[in-house]
Structure formats: structure tokens, C-alpha cells
Design a protein around this ligand. Structure first.
Ligand SMILES: NC(=O)c1ccc[n+]([C@@H]2O[C@H](COP(=O)([O-])OP(=O)(O)OC[C@H]3O[C@@H](n4cnc5c(N)ncnc54)[C@H](OP(=O)(O)O)[C@@H]3O)[C@@H](O)[C@H]2O)c1
Length: 240
């Protein structure tokens, strides 16, 4: 990936942060986008600590703000690859929870659409896009219907865009349970116990790491025949 420009939207945390560092390790120039300047600053610090800071640029932007996204993409170098990891778990039962949970969960799809719209006119030949879905598409659980609808929509968006944007390749990454900061506000002090309990149900008896997801994202970028694919990185969890 030496000399290629990789743009990661969602770079400040979890899978996006790990992918940013992995792309830098692979020799790419990376632009990392997310909302929180503090967390982006921490990312720059991590890259610098590995001697990779010179090839990382960060910009704070809300991917739900189409005009702000367009401004950022007009100002950065043309991307070779684009990874969008924006999104979160949105809980709540269908009977009792607000129907508006769906709008919140679908924010990830709107964010991806804004980012792709802004990036595509400037993307380099041979480039690719990786969106992010999730385990809940194939293995929905009661109490998180909005998340399952939204991850399915993200994966379907990738398939649609693979047709609409050809020859740009478009794939989706589908993480299973992955130990990232996304779960901190959701599970709080119960995080470790929940992870332990979930691990007993996974065939490999372990959650994925952000680095494992990052590795899969880079595979989707690098392999010229990967297109319109949903790559599951869930240790077989969707089968049990
Ligand atoms: N972790 C899991 O177990 C798991 C499982 C299945 C699917 N997934 C999916 O994988 C993706 C990444 O998950 P993760 O665990 O890495 O989550 P994470 O640690 O919470 O990271 C999400 C990233 O998205 C950024 N972001 C969120 N909203 C944004 C917005 N409106 N504009 C710009 N940036 C925004 C966040 O930064 P700021 O807050 O600074 O903006 C952060 O950098 C998500 O789509 C998630 O649903 C995760």
C-alpha cells in the first residue's frame, strides 16, 4: 500500500483506529476522520509513538453533516481506498422502545452515503471502498432490532454501490463481537462479565480484536477481485 492514500472515517476509535495504524504500517498515507478532536489527537500520538506520524493527517468532521464532509474531501488528497466504520450498537425492544431508534441506527448508512458521495469523484483508478455492517445482519437478537436493520442496510449499500460505482470496488466488513471502546458506554462496569459470557458461546471462545478486523479491511482494499462481498470476521458466531 506504499504511497496509496487511505481515508478512514471513524479513525479515532476501535476498528477504524486499528485500521488507520495498520494502513500506516503498510506504507500508506492515511487521512483519519472522526468527530472528537481529542480522540484524533490520541490517534496521532499512537502513530507518532510507532514512528508513523509523518504519514497521518487527521481532520474532525461529523459524517452526518453532508456539507462538512464535502468540504473536507475537497481539501484532502485523492483517496485510493476509503474505509467507513461509523456506527454503534442501538439497543431497545420493538414493543417498548422508541421507533426513532431506527433513525439513530440508520445514521451509519446516511454517514456512509455522504462520505462515499464526497469521495468518489476524487477517487483514484483501482481504488476501493469498505463499509461496515455487523453480525446482527445474520444473527439478529431480540432487543436490538434497529441495529440489525441498519447493519443489513450497510451491507446492502455496499452491494448496490459495487454496481453503481464500478469499476471502483465496494465491499463490507461484518464484525462479530469485537473488544472496542464502542461497548464502554453501553455495557459500563458489566463489560468484562458480558464479554466473558459471550465468549463461551463463540466457537473459538474468544472475541475478535480491532487489529483482526483491521487486517480484514486491508485485505478487502488490497485484493483486486474482492468486490460486492460481505466479509464476516466473527469466529463463526453467526452459525451458533
Ligand atoms: N465492536 C463490535 O463488537 C462491533 C460488532 C458489530 C459491528 N460493529 C460495527 O463496526 C463499526 C466500528 O465499530 P467500533 O467498535 O470500532 O466502534 P467505535 O470504537 O465506537 O468507533 C466508531 C468510530 O466512528 C466515529 N464516529 C461515530 N459517529 C461519527 C460521525 N457521525 N461522524 C464521524 N465519525 C463518527 C467515532 O469517533 P467520534 O466519536 O470521535 O466521532 C469512532 O472513531 C461500527 O459500525 C459498529 O457498529 C462493531
Amino acid at each position: 500500500m506504499k504511497g496509496q492514500h487511505v481515508v478512514v472515517v471513524g479513525a479515532s476509535s476501535g476498528i477504524g483506529r486499528a485500521a488507520t495504524l495498520a494502513a500506516l504500517q503498510a506504507g500508506a498515507n492515511v487521512t483519519g476522520l472522526a468527530r472528537s478532536p481529542d480522540r484524533l489527537h490520541s490517534l496521532s500520538g499512537a502513530a507518532g509513538a510507532h514512528g508513523l506520524g509523518g504519514r497521518l493527517t487527521t481532520r474532525s468532521v461529523d459524517a452526518l453533516d453532508a456539507a462538512a464532509v464535502a468540504r473536507v474531501f475537497a481539501e484532502i488528497d485523492a483517496p485510493t481506498h476509503l474505509l467507513v466504520t461509523v456506527g454503534s450498537f442501538v439497543g431497545g425492544g420493538f414493543r417498548d422502545g422508541p421507533v426513532d431508534a431506527l433513525a439513530t441506527a440508520l445514521g451509519r448508512v446516511h454517514a456512509a452515503a455522504h462520505v462515499v458521495r464526497a469521495a468518489v469523484p476524487r477517487m483514484k483508478a483501482g481504488g476501493s471502498i469498505v463499509l461496515t455492517g455487523g453480525l446482527s445482519t445474520d444473527r439478529p437478537v431480540a432487543g436490538a432490532w434497529a441495529t440489525a436493520v441498519a447493519t443489513a442496510a450497510s451491507e446492502q449499500l455496499a452491494r448496490c454501490l459495487a454496481l453503481e460505482l464500478a469499476p471502483i470496488r465496494v465491499n463490507a466488513l461484518s464484525p462479530g463481537w469485537t473488544d472496542t471502546p464502542m461497548w464502554d458506554p453501553i455495557l459500563g462496569a458489566g463489560k468484562a462479565a458480558m464479554f466473558e459470557s459471550v465468549a463461551t458461546k463463540i466457537p473459538t471462545r474468544a472475541l475478535a480484536t480491532p487489529e483482526e478486523l483491521a487486517d480484514a479491511a486491508l485485505f478487502l482494499m488490497r485484493n483486486p477481485s474482492m468486490n460486492a462481498e460481505v466479509l464476516h470476521v466473527d469466529s463463526g458466531h453467526r452459525l451458533v
